[in-house]
Write a protein that binds this ligand. Structure first.
Ligand code: HEC
Ligand code: HEC
Length: 242
């Protein structure tokens, strides 16, 4: 518990430092906000990370310079590296089963507004502006998802049946119908599932079913009809999907 609290505090400090640095560096930023945010922030590893990140992704910034409305991948990487990395790993492919692999997903707005209720992510998302979220989401989406593996030989066949065909007699629709046969989803509408940690997927399905996660009616209805064994099976199958 102690170490989680420390991680949270450390990540918050990193986040404010990185955001202050990237705002201060933005040519178009309002002078008041930039200096105000930067003045309270001592130089730190996060600031170094923010400036050090620039050359690595330089090709992306040349196109961006002309169109300020486009996402800034350099800033996205800097913010991500300063904070999110602690739980989601350097490229968004967390190795910890409770922390989702992030590629091609952004739910930050939902955490910030409270539509999707999670104590850990609410704090981080609330510290981000719309532009920060966009930058981070686009940067994360540029990183490929690391494939995973199904682990439970007995359940995986049941999982595949549910994913591909649903459960007809209980009107559970096929997951593939929305999330696509490969699990890649349609990023703007249906999130990628393929390769995700089975534990995380199972937790989210249980959250939808039990009304803990209430931000999507379609998924609440799907999960409402699944029992624990079916959730385990389909989650395990999804982990190996690519
Ligand atoms: C202390 C650990 C921790 C840190 C730091 C952290 N996250 Fe998370 N993140 C989590 C956990 C745990 C979840 C799953 C929460 C849930 O069940 O809704 C999550 C979920 C997410 C999701 C939803 C993924 C999905 O598949 O729907 C996104 C997006 C996300 N985080 C992005 C970020 C970004 C961007 C940052 C940095 C600004 C960040 N996280 C920092 C632990 C963390
Ligand atoms: C009618 C379309 C539809 C069907 C069918 C469907 N889903 Fe979804 N699913 C969605 C949408 C839309 C979301 C995004 C919800 C949100 O905004 O948080 C989602 C989100 C999810 C998530 C959360 C992903 C994350 O990263 O947090 C999981 C897990 C999931 N679906 C699993 C399944 C499984 C398993 C099935 C089959 C039993 C299934 N879905 C069937 C539309 C669908």
């Amino acid at each position: 518990m102690k170490s989680i609290a420390f991680l949270l505090v450390a990540a918050y400090i990193g986040l404010s430092a990185a955001l202050a640095a990237s705002h201060a560096a933005a040519p178009g930023a309002a002078p008041g906000t930039a200096s105000g945010a930067a003045s309270g922030t001592p130089p730190s590893a996060a600031v170094v990370a923010a400036s050090g990140a620039a050359p690595v992704t330089a090709p992306a910034s040349t196109a961006q310079a002309k169109q300020p409305a486009k996402p800034d991948l350099v800033k996205g990487e800097a913010s991500f590296t300063a904070v999110c990395v602690a739980c989601h790993a350097a490229d968004g492919n967390s190795a910890i089963a409770a922390n989702p692999k992030l590629s091609q997903q952004h739910q930050l707005q939902e955490y910030k507004s409270g539509q999707r209720n999670n104590a850990i992510m609410k704090g981080f998302a609330s510290a981000l502006s719309d532009a920060d979220m966009k930058n981070i989401a686009y940067w994360v989406a540029s990183k490929p998802v690391k494939p995973g593996f199904a682990k439970d030989k007995e359940l995986v066949a049941l999982g595949e049946r549910i994913y591909r065909g649903g459960i007809a007699d209980r009107q559970v629709p096929a997951c593939a119908g929305c999330h696509s046969p490969s699990g890649a989803g349609i990023p703007s509408q249906y999130p990628r599932l393929g390769g995700q940690h089975a534990e995380y997927t199972a937790t989210q399905l249980t959250y939808f079913r039990d009304g803990v996660r209430k931000n999507n009616l379609q998924m609440t209805q799907v999960a409402a009809k699944l029992n624990d064994r079916e959730i385990k099976a389909v989650s395990d199958y999804i982990a190996g999907l690519r």
